[in-house]
Design a protein around this ligand. Structure first.
Ligand code: UFG
Length: 346
């Protein structure tokens, strides 16, 4: 039997990372996790073991620690690719502490790329974001849409990381990379054993909604209802995290199928459908039977009005499209919220 392909997954204990571990195991890859646990809980590993019915190898290290990285490649010997999730992702925090974002997000990519070159490994899947588009002039937004000036150091760090990969590619060095531009990941694994684990008050909509329904937060504020959209609230393309995880497996499959040792592409990962904040709240209420205590508040600084993906390239290049619905994602997120108290994730 051919041995399984070893894939290093940085940030593999995090929200998207942990769901991707499950899909990688399912698809016959052998994932190895590197995570510094700065924004994740070690107990997630137990949940991963329950879901996949096997132990996933774990290294508690920082991607910026290049000697630790080298050590992992030395010990594991035949790692053949990397999925690089590890990054800080809070837009507001990045405005207050930009150097943290430039140091961690850009530094870690540079370290990974350097070690990949040292070990002559070419395959890289990189976590990018639809934030690189800013507020696009035309919708849906496709990969050839212009990259606008970033609204935050977080957004800028993603733009710079994409440019770094492009520069390495343009230098003629052997590299095969796909940058996935995520839209808004939501939901949880249907087992309710892994999901989104915001530390402190959530920034993102769905964790705030589920925590309000669970009585942890008193009230949800809808940030503005005077936008130029159907109901006045912002529109996003919400993608189920399990679908998103599967897109990473497809991206790896693609890299292994490409015979040329010099390849680079960027691909949107979304559903192609835009949903307003109010419609998300109302769908939550309908699906779960829970009322959400919410009020309309002022706009949040830096929010864009409306974005959703042109998804034709993901189908064409990766053979991937979203399968789950907003209803699936909401139900899974709610089941995860309810199950959290039963899990010892600390
Ligand atoms: N929202 C509220 N109330 C809340 C939280 C969010 O009304 O308490 C609204 C926001 O104003 C926005 C929508 O819900 O209109 C979605 O907000 P999120 O914070 O969940 O997501 P964002 O679209 O702001 O951000 C996400 C990712 C970022 C990424 C960005 C790209 O979290 O990492 O998409 O657009 F950069």
């Amino acid at each position: 039997m051919a041995s399984k392909k070893k894939i290093l997954v940085t940030g593999g204990v995090g929200f998207i990372g942990s769901h991707t571990i499950v899909e990688l195991v399912e698809a016959g890859y052998e994932p190895i996790i590197l995570d510094n646990l700065s924004n994740s809980k070690i107990g997630v590993l137990k949940s991963l073991e329950k879901i996949t019915k096997r132990a996933v190898k774990f290294y508690e290290n920082d991607c910026n620690d290049i000697s630790a990285l080298r050590n992992i490649f030395r010990i594991e010997k035949n790692i053949v690719g990397v999925i690089h999730f590890a990054a800080n992702k809070a837009v507001g925090e990045s405005v207050v502490d930009p150097l943290k974002y430039y140091h961690n997000n850009i530094g870690s990519l540079v370290s990974i790329l350097s070690v990949l070159q040292e070990y002559s490994i070419t395959n890289l899947v990189f976590s990018s974001s639809c934030t690189v588009y800013g507020q696009p002039e035309t919708l849906p937004v496709s990969e050839s849409s212009p990259i606008l000036k970033a609204q935050s150091p977080y957004g800028n760090s993603k733009q710079i990381c994409e440019e770094i990969i492009t520069d390495v590619f343009n230098s003629g060095k052997a590299i095969k990379a796909i940058s996935l531009r995520y839209f808004n990941p939501i939901g949880a694994h249907e087992s309710a054993l892994i999901g989104e684990l915001p530390l402190g008050v959530p920034n993102n909509l769905i964790p705030f909604v589920t925590q309000t329904a669970a009585g942890i937060r008193e009230e949800l504020t809808v940030f503005g209802n005077d936008y130029n959209t159907a109901d006045g609230t912002c529109v996003r393309d919400y993608i189920h995290v399990v679908d998103l995880a599967k897109a990473h497996v497809k991206a790896l499959d693609k890299l292994f199928a490409v015979k040329d040792e010099h390849y680079h592409d960027v691909v949107n990962v979304g559903t192609g459908k835009g949903e307003s904040v109010l419609s998300v709240i109302h769908t939550f209420e309908t699906i779960t039977g829970q009322k959400i205590n919410y009020k309309i508040g002022p706009r949040r600084a830096g929010d864009i009005q409306e974005i959703y993906a042109d998804v034709s390239k993901s189908l064409e290049v990766l053979g991937w499209s979203a399968e789950k619905t907003m209803g699936d994602a909401i139900l899974d997120a709610w089941n995860w919220q309810k199950n959290l108290k039963n899990l010892n994730l600390v």
